[in-house]
Structure formats: structure tokens, C-alpha cells
Design a binder for this molecule. Sequence first.
Ligand SMILES: NC(=O)c1ccc[n+]([C@@H]2O[C@H](COP(=O)([O-])OP(=O)(O)OC[C@H]3O[C@@H](n4cnc5c(N)ncnc54)[C@H](O)[C@@H]3O)[C@@H](O)[C@H]2O)c1
Ligand SMILES: O=C(O)[C@H](O)COP(=O)(O)O
Length: 400
Amino acid sequence: MSNTITLKKAATIKTLNNIAASGMNVFDKENYTIDNESDHPDAIVVRSFNMHAVDFGDKLKAIARAGAGVNNIPVDKCTERGIVVFNTPGANANAVKELVLTSLIASSRNLFDGVSWVKTLENEGDRIAKLVEAGKKNFVGKEIKGKTLGVIGLGAIGALVANNALHLDMDVIGFDPFISVDTAWKLSRNVQRAMSMEEVFANADYITVHVPLTDDTNQMLHEEAFRLMKPGVYILNFSRDGLVNDADMAAALESGKVGKYITDFPNEQVLNMKNTVLIPHLGASTNESEENCAIMAARQLKEYLETGNIKNSVNFPNVELPYAGKNRVAAFHKNVPNMVGQITSAISDFNLNIADMVNRSRGEYAYTMIDIDNKINGDIIPSLEKKIKQIADMVAVRMI
Ligand SMILES: NC(=O)c1ccc[n+]([C@@H]2O[C@H](COP(=O)([O-])OP(=O)(O)OC[C@H]3O[C@@H](n4cnc5c(N)ncnc54)[C@H](O)[C@@H]3O)[C@@H](O)[C@H]2O)c1
Ligand SMILES: O=C(O)[C@H](O)COP(=O)(O)O
């Protein structure tokens, strides 16, 4: 049995985090209601809020993540229900890049420890200047020039970090077995290509990870990985805490195998480790990035709600059919033979003519949009919708 999803003119949007106003203003008041208390929103805009236990209600059509990582969203469950999950690729990449490079230099120069120490001198009166000169020897750092930065994951953020580190006179070695063609074009040819993660581990003085948290990357930095790294290596994690095995990291920091762990994702274990720099998930927290993400998320969502077109979804294919403003059937179904045939046959049963259509698949699921040429008598729509929904392996149907 498929879900009943019928687009109403006024859609309700719920937000689960603070979303920049410039993004929410994309939703015009005539067609959209922003209601953060709604139990049955048409769409949700979210940042890092953990949605795994959230009740979706029975009208939810789409979730827009104003940001990159979607591990806070139950994506498989959404796919099974024909709920499109969007993210905003690259929209916060510059913000993260700037903080990664800032932290790289600042931690290398023991800046965080030094600055914290100075604050402890506040009651020392006129002795402060003398104490500063005597104490600075405890914070001698190292320069990054000529050192090797290993970048694991050369997507929107990793590629920017890699290219910019070259400008800081670092040598850069990168690893990404799934690098996109777009990113490969943007990457400097001076970034050395590693054929394995182990090659990065063996050569890098600093390692920064920029991969999504998935079943494949979960705990990718563990005891065996640390064993292969150079002694005293600095590790930067601006991706997710689940990428690192905390117990192994604690041991590696204790032994000095890892010289410093800089993370944007502190947790209870990490808070008790030595030689850490703990940042309160500030990677994407700039006005520019929050606005970029919110505007991109809102535009993608609005386009989808109004036309069915999909751009930058993490669970359904990109699909675009210019919307002529007539009547459109948008159907999510299993990726099995003869679905398009059955939908078009249902349409012709109502003596309707097809103006245009598109079908794209992604893994086990597919999405079909069909524009109907005739001016439909409004009474027909529920019957046509019902008929299409009754097709076996249909997941969800919208009449737009
Ligand atoms: N700290 C923050 O505020 C912040 C902000 C944005 C993103 N992030 C995190 O950073 C991650 C990356 O963001 P992005 O915008 O660069 O995403 P992206 O999708 O552009 O890049 C991810 C890259 O990782 C690569 N990859 C996947 N699995 C890999 C593996 N096993 N080994 C090597 N490479 C692998 C992919 O091919 C892709 O190129 C996000 O998923 C998110 O978790 C954190
Ligand atoms: O994956 C992301 O985009 C980042 O972790 C940013 O998360 P935030 O939107 O909660 O700052």
C-alpha cells in the first residue's frame, strides 16, 4: 500500500533548528506557513537536530538539511516512504576550510594552550609581562611550511583544504577513491594522489578527515591506523566523532603516537583526553555559511514542492522537467520493470494525453514525472491518483 501524498496549495514548513531568516524568507507567505509546532508538516528544514526518533506525521514530503552531513536523518526510512532528503553540497565548505586551516596553524603553534595560560595570570598585576616572557618557552610550536598534510576525502571541503594548504607552503597528499569529476577538476595537480589511506598515514605530519559518517567510514581512525602513522602526527576531525575510535585515540594520545587531536565534535570520552583541541562544532557557524545553506536548502525544497523537480537529493536522483504549469503526476516507485507503462496506461484510461515525461532511477527506487496535456476536470484527479497508487510497487504519488 502506498502513502497518500497530496500537495495542498499552502504547504506547512517546520524547522528543527535555527535556520537563517534569509533562507526561510524564500517561502512566500501566500503559499507557505512556517509552523514549528506542526505534527504533520509538508516539509522540514533541519541542521544537526537528531531526527532518528522524530515522528514524521503523515504528510511529510521532503526534508532539507541546511548543511552537508545527513547522518542525523533516517535516510533509508525516508526513501522507503518516498520522502526526498536534500542537502546543500559545498554551501558551508569555505567556512569549514577556514576553520580547519586556522586550527591547523593555531594548534601547531600551541596557540590555544598559550592563550588559555595567559588568562590564568589575571591576578598577577605588574608581574604579568615578566611571567609572559618566562612562560613562553612552554608553548614553542612548529611551522607548517614544508610539512605534509594528508587529506582524506577530497569533496567540497577536502579539496578546498588541500588547495589552500599548498598556498601555505605545505606538501599535500590526498585520498578519495570516489572523487567526483567536478572536484577532480578543481583540485590542484600539485596535490599528490595517494592510492590508499595507508599511504596517507605513512607520509603525513598532519591528517585531516573530510568524509561523511557512514557504515563504511565509521571508526575509520582506529588502533591499526594510528600504528601506521608518523609519531607525533596531528589529527584534525571536522567531520564527525564517529569516524574515530575514542578508546584507541585516547591510547595514541597517551603514548604520544598522536601528538594532538583537534576535533569539532567533542564528546564525553574526548573531553578526558590529553593534548586535544576541542571546538564546539563551529565549522559551519559563520553568517555567510548559515545563509548560503539556508537559502540553498529552501530553494531546493520550494522547487520540489511546487514542481516535483529534484536537485541535490541524497536519496533520489536529480530530475528536472520544465514545469509548464498544467497538471503533473510525480510518482515514487520501486525500480522494477513496467512501472512507467502502468502509470501511462492509468493516465490513458482517463482519456488524458501525455505532454512530457521523465523517469530516473537510483538503486532500488525510481521517480517518474509525467505532464498531462489536457485541462483536467478537477474531479478526475483523486480517481487518477487512486488508480496510480494502486499499482504494485508504487511508493508515493503526488498530483501537482
Ligand atoms: N564541522 C562542520 O561544521 C562540518 C560542516 C560541513 C560538513 N561537515 C562534515 O564533513 C563531511 C564532508 O563534507 P563535504 O561538504 O566535503 O562533503 P562531500 O560530499 O563534498 O565530500 C565527501 C568526500 O568524501 C569522499 N569519501 C567518501 N568515503 C570515503 C572514504 N572511505 N575514503 C575517502 N574518501 C571518501 C567522497 O568521495 C567525497 O568526495 C560531511 O559529511 C560532514 O559530516 C562538517
Ligand atoms: O554537516 C554539516 O553541514 C555540519 O556539521 C554543520 O552542521 P550545523 O549546520 O549544525 O552547523
